[in-house]
Design a protein around this ligand. Structure first.
Ligand SMILES: Nc1nc2c(ncn2[C@@H]2O[C@H](COP(=O)(O)OP(=O)(O)O)[C@@H](O)[C@H]2O)c(=O)[nH]1
Ligand SMILES: [Mg+2]
Length: 330
């Protein structure tokens, strides 16, 4: 077994082992493949994963052509670098948030169950694409299993609550309870050693929405006191747009990823198209993303960033940091 598998991979593998549904298993395998650092030590594992993926795909196809086809909307293909499920009680502003942050056009209304199927939308964070998925409410009153299935495979839960609602604490408890029924625990820590394998920790950001409502600050203070807030909290208003940029920043930083930019000699860096890498990645990892052969042929790179002097020459094993600019020489 090769060393240096990132924690995201280990967590996905755990979910994969616990998962029964073949469609979700396939989704998890694809995400595992995306998280594996590609080098000689992982060649074998990559091959194994690809085999499992193609086998499952074949099985899925056969099943679909059979007679018992049914169309539960329990799968949203992942786009961008991560998928964020909008989770929460009715009327907290999930659909409004999706409309404010992405190009999607969800139905928004003042009654509880306007959203009936998953609706994805893409948001841009400084050139990085993040996928948000709007969902019907997660509450004990009525919540089908396909909804929690989507939360299960999403990378991050964005738990949206309304700072305009007097029952914000109760509705949060209710959402947590419903998720627990589906074996999902909102927890940003890795699973405990003795945690049952089917009980899954979902990384979470708390979106304290409707900050423009009267009494919002008081309610947020109460939430901070009463709830054990183990998550990053973003106080926003989907209606006025307040703090939505900060929320995007939090959405990116919770992933533990970094962005580096590339330039060709004699030209300016291209800041519109970052290369996204896992924390701890090297110059060679960055080269590999751009082209498979690049990492092999690489002689050296010049680097600009906070941890080096401008244009410093570095080798492939040099660790890169968020915001670095690289110029490859092959
Ligand atoms: N004042 C205010 N109202 C909001 C905000 N976000 C959503 N709403 C309103 O809350 C109601 C429910 O919004 P919706 O997005 O459909 O909630 P969902 O059920 O969570 O999808 C609508 O009337 C929205 O206009 C906000 O940030 N501030
Ligand atoms: Mg909605």
């Amino acid at each position: 077994m090769p060393a240096n598998l990132p924690p995201q991979y280990i967590e996905l593998e755990r979910e994969y082992r616990a998962e029964k549904d073949p469609a979700l298993k396939l989704e998890l395998l694809q995400r595992m493949l995306a998280e594996i650092p590609k080098h000689k030590g992982t060649d074998h594992l990559v091959g194994e994963l690809k085999q499992k993926i193609s086998r499952l795909k074949k099985e899925q196809k056969q099943k679909k052509s059979g007679a018992t086809r049914h169309d539960a909307p329990d799968h949203v293909p992942k786009e961008g670098i991560a998928q964020y499920a909008l989770v929460g009680p009715p009327n907290s502003g999930k659909s409004t948030l999706l409309a404010a942050m992405t190009n999607a056009t969800p139905e928004i209304a003042d009654f509880a169950f306007t959203t009936r199927k998953p609706l994805p939308g893409m948001t841009d964070y400084e050139g990085v694409q993040l996928q948000m998925v709007d969902l019907p409410p997660v509450c004990s009153q009525f919540c089908e299993n396909w909804v929690t299935n989507i939360v299960r495979v999403a990378d991050i839960a964005l738990v949206v609550l309304s700072l305009g609602a007097d029952d914000v604490l109760d509705s949060y408890e209710d959402t947590v309870k419903r998720l627990e029924q589906s074996k999902i625990i909102l927890n940003n820590d890795p699973p405990a050693m003795d945690q049952p394998v089917n009980l899954m920790n979902k990384r979470t950001i708390l979106v304290a929405n409707q900050a423009d409502q009267p009494g919002a600050d008081d309610r947020l203070n109460i939430m901070r006191e009463v709830m054990e807030l183990r998550f990053p909290v973003a106080k926003v208003s989907a209606k006025t747009g307040e703090n939505l940029d900060q929320l995007k920043k939090t959405m990116f930083s919770i992933l533990g990823k970094i962005r580096v930019y590339t330039k060709t000699p004699g030209r300016e860096a291209d800041f519109s198209d970052p290369v996204v890498l896992s924390y701890g990645a090297t110059v060679a990892d960055a080269a590999q993303v751009i082209h498979k052969d690049f990492a092999f042929k690489l002689q050296f790179a010049k680097i600009w960033g906070q941890h080096t002097f401008d244009g410093q020459r570095v080798k492939g094993d040099f660790e890169v940091h968020d915001g670095d600019v690289l110029e490859f020489h092959i």
